[in-house]
Design a protein around this ligand. Structure first.
Ligand code: COA
Ligand code: MG
Length: 294
């Protein structure tokens, strides 16, 4: 497994909501995205920048991973967002509505400029990319290859389905291909794929169903909009006891088999060879990372 960060859950926090900004650090998200974009009305952008800056420099998020979602390039607000919120300790920037590799290069320039102003070494800030249109999705590979700062790739399903001329259904057929493409593209450059939000925050069963589907497609985590969504999301993206037991059994048996010169063996009535062994090792690494099974 690579040394890239893995976020099981990433909580959006509207940047203009002081109470939510204050509550966020008490919540079990692996990362936070303080939002200046779609959850903040135009007339509150300036206030949101100020509140987010204060939250960042207050130290309330010390030891946590925090990104800011800036406004999209076409909004014309991105530079002003960065000017105010790029401060020491900020992990990175989520960029919404990315459409092309040229957009990414423009973001790179803006980040270098903002880092310079904040006395941060160039390249400090990482970038999460949000694809939210069919045009962006079809250029996803070129987009992710355009930045070395990349930390995640995601699909913004609400904007995406709007741009596709449809809407989200409870069963998600309209998102099947887009999700699969996002997961494939992220894997191709070895960054995490983060699944889109589940808007119905009073429906934990639906959330869990969707998170499992995402995990099955290759996503390693999922965005959340509400505190109640964090625990279920973390659980789905953490190996459970049965997976852990199976992985331990496989690794033990396969390590012993390799000593004896064997490359494929039977464990519990199932064939185990190299990729199955590697997957089991990854399961153990993930479990160790999340502190389960010790
Ligand atoms: N981050 C931090 N705290 C949050 C939160 C969030 N995203 N969402 C809710 N909370 C807090 C509330 O402030 C409340 O705290 P309190 O008990 O101290 O008052 C508590 O969690 C329970 O919230 P609840 O009353 O159940 O929800 P709500 O009606 O206040 O808010 C939403 C519901 C959907 C408006 C809110 O969750 C939200 O704004 N989510 C983020 C939306 C967003 O960022 N969208 C853009 C990305 S898609
Ligand atoms: Mg949006």
């Amino acid at each position: 497994m690579n040394s890239q960060p893995i976020f099981r859950s990433v909580l959006y926090v509207p940047g203009n909501r002081l109470r939510m900004l204050a509550k966020a650090p008490t919540l079990p998200a692996d990362a936070f995205v303080l939002d200046l974009e779609d959850s903040v009305p135009l007339e509150e952008k300036a206030e949101a920048r100020r509140l987010v800056r204060e939250a960042l420099i207050s130290g309330a998020f010390a030891g946590r991973t925090v990104l800011v979602r800036v406004n999209s390039l076409p909004s014309g607000l991105t530079a002003d967002d960065l000017k105010e919120v790029v401060v020491p300790g900020l992990f990175g920037v989520d960029v919404p509505k990315v459409e092309s590799p040229e957009d990414v290069r423009e973001v790179e320039e803006l980040l270098a400029w903002a880092e310079g102003r904040a006395d941060l070494p160039r390249g400090t800030l990482r970038v999460g990319i949000g694809i939210e249109s069919p045009a962006g999705l079809l250029r996803a590979e070129a987009i992710v290859r355009a930045s070395r700062r990349l930390v995640s790739l995601s699909l913004g399903a609400e904007d995406f389905t709007f741009n596709l001329g449809t809407q989200r259904s409870s069963t998600g057929e309209e998102l099947f291909l887009p999700r699969a493409l996002i997961a494939l593209t992220a894997r191709a450059v070895d960054v995490q794929a983060l699944d889109t939000i589940y808007p119905d925050f009073r429906d934990p069963e639906g959330l869990i169903r969707e998170a499992r589907l995402a995990r099955q497609l290759g996503f390693t985590g999922k965005y959340a909009i509400h505190p109640d969504q964090l625990e279920p999301i973390n659980r789905v993206f953490t190996p459970d006891e049965a997976e852990l037991r199976w992985a331990q059994e496989v690794v033990e048996a396969y390590d012993a088999a390799q000593q004896a010169g064997l490359g494929s063996i039977a464990v519990g009535g199932r064939m185990v060879d190299r990729p199955i062994y590697e997957r089991a090792r990854r399961t153990l690494e993930l479990a160790a990372r999340w502190g389960v099974g010790r």
